[in-house]
Design a protein around this ligand. Sequence first.
Ligand code: URA
Length: 262
Amino acid sequence: MATERLDKILAHHGFGTRKYVKKVCHEGLVFINGKMVTDPGAHVDISSDKLTIDGEEIKLQHDLYIMMNKCKDVVCANKDGEHRTVFDLIDEGLRHKFLGGDLHCMGRLDIDTEGLLILTTDGQLTHRLLAPKTHVPKTYAVGLRDSLTQEQKNEYVEIFKKGFWVDREQNESGFDCKPSELVWISDENKKQAENSSGKADCLLTIYEGKYHQVKRMFAQMKNEVVYLKRVKMGALSLDPKIKLGEYRELTEHEIEILSQES
Ligand code: URA
C-alpha cells in the first residue's frame, strides 16, 4: 500500500504550498473517499483512495512514465556541459509533480541514436527490466554505410543468429554477443527506417545491452552504423505519432505491458 501525506500529495499535484493545503482542509473542502478530512497530515493510499478538493477529483499517480522519441544531439545524462539532455526536453511542471524517485532513463541511447526512450521515476521497474537476467528484447532500425549483396545479407543473418565475438572498444572489454535476429528492410518498406541514409537497412533485435552494442556488432562485420533508431522495447513499440524530440506519458495499458516484461 503506497500511502503519502495529504499535504505532500497536493503540493506535488500543483495545489500550492502546505499553508494553502492547510487552509482548504480547514475550510472543509477536502474529501477522501467521500469523507471530509480536515487534517493536512492525513494519509492517502495513492493506489486506491479517491481524493476530491472543492468537488474536483485529483488523479493520484505515484510514478511518472514517459515515452520519448529521442532526437539526435541530446544525451541521456543528468548533466552535460556541452549538450542538451533528454531531461531538458521535459516540461518542468511534469518533472516535479510525482512522488516516486528521481526521473531517470530506463537504459541509455547514444547521442546520435534516435527513437524509443522510456523515462520514469519508478526505480524498481527500471532495476527489474535492466537486470542482465531479464533479457528484454530491444529492436533497432539500423542503416549501414556499405551496401551488401543478397549473399552477404544472408551471411549477416546467419552470423547474428548464431552469436559471435565482439572486440573490445577503448576501455570496454570484448564480449560474446548472444544470438540476435536481423531482418533486412527492402526498399518498399524503407519507411521503417525513414531517416536512414544507409546503403542497407535492417531491423535488429538484441536481448542484452552492452556498451555501444549495435554499433560494435556491425563494426565487427567490417561495416558501420550510420543511422540508429530504437523502435521497440519488449512488447512496447514507439508510437509513430510522437515526433522526434517529443514525448507523452505512457497509458496504463502500456505501463502494464512494460511491467510484464520482468
Ligand atoms: N547500441 C548502440 O550502439 N547505441 C545505442 O544507442 C543503442 C544500442
